[in-house]
Design a protein around this ligand. Structure first.
Ligand code: NAD
Length: 282
């Protein structure tokens, strides 16, 4: 079975971005800038933010972290977003989710200027994805598409089953697959007989958030399996797919960790560099 190595593909892409930044920064007058907003002390979010900062630094992107107390008001958070929208040194704004319950995430996401929405969550960017227009694409599904491309896994004309319909993974991924001419089925918590759908798939994308949700008996021999899940268990980080049970049936599969996760970060950096290039006419 071929391992779709997201760690290696991510390193390759980040290296390309690093060279591009080194080439273009003298002309731009400054490197790309990413503002990262973290509200509160959620440990998983803190790890994600640290990881993003580390990757920015290694690639040559200036990341400016705004670590805010958990009890910050909606008005104060909005004020920060508005000031970052008009900050000339900032090309991308990332609001780390989830936010504490008293804050309105959707309102904050909609306040981010679409041209700086490097996470691709603003309704304008999601609408453009739906219409097939250029825009910032959500990083996890865009990272999956880049990984498939890296390993020449062409979805055109293939039966693709996406399990999960969230706004950040399942739905945008389904649209991206459709734009590459796949025949797409979206399964979710109310799907009747999910197994029968998955068993027919040439490509399976699992974005559910349940360990070992996809098992070997659900996989058609020769299928490609992309495991988006990140689940913290007593055995460490695991995905949504039973790797051991699937590896003898699938033709290719992403590992967890080291599959989709590293690609998500690489695409965030790519979106930030693209925003910088547009804003600086590079
Ligand atoms: P979510 O909770 O928003 O959505 C989960 C989806 O799974 C829902 O649409 C739901 O309908 C579906 N689902 C839940 N139970 C189901 C069931 N029993 N049968 C069928 N479908 C069911 O989650 P999300 O934000 O889309 O994330 C999904 C997983 O991907 C999580 O493990 C998350 O940690 C991971 N994730 C990974 C990355 C990455 O970079 N690798 C990025 C985002 C999310």
């Amino acid at each position: 079975m071929l391992i779709l190595d997201g760690k290696a593909a991510s390193a390759k892409l980040r290296n390309r971005l690093k060279n591009e930044i080194a080439d273009l920064a003298p002309k731009a007058g400054r490197p790309p800038g990413l503002a990262v907003i973290l509200v509160g002390e959620d440990p998983a979010s803190a790890i994600y933010v640290r990881n993003k900062e580390k990757n920015c630094k290694e690639t040559g992107i200036i990341s400016k972290a705004h670590k805010l107390p958990a009890d910050i008001s909606q008005a104060e958070l909005e004020e920060l977003i508005i000031s970052l929208n008009s900050d000339d040194e900032i090309d991308g704004i990332l609001l780390q989710l989830p936010l504490p319950k008293h804050l309105d995430s959707q309102k904050c996401l909609e306040l981010i200027k679409p041209a700086k929405d490097v996470d691709g969550f603003h309704p304008e960017n999601v609408g453009k994805l739906t219409l097939g227009l250029p825009a910032f694409r959500s990083c996890t599904p865009a990272g999956i598409m880049a990984l498939l491309q890296e390993y020449q896994q062409d979805v055109s004309g293939k039966d693709c089953v996406v399990v999960g319909r969230s706004n950040i993974v399942g739905k945008p991924l389904a649209l991206m697959l459709l734009s590459r001419n796949a025949t797409v089925t979206i399964c979710h918590s109310r799907t009747a007989d999910l197994k029968s759908h998955v068993q027919k798939a040439d490509f399976i994308f699992a974005a559910v958030g349940i360990p070992a949700f996809i098992t070997g008996d659900m996989v058609k021999p020769g299928a490609v399996v992309v495991d988006v899940g990140i689940n913290r268990t007593d055995d460490g980080l695991v995905g949504d797919c039973d790797f051991q049970g699937i590896q003898h049936k699938a033709a290719a599969m992403t590992p967890v960790p080291g599959g989709v996760g590293p690609m998500t970060i690489a695409l965030l950096l790519k979106n930030t560099v693209n925003s910088w290039k547009i804003r600086k006419n590079l």
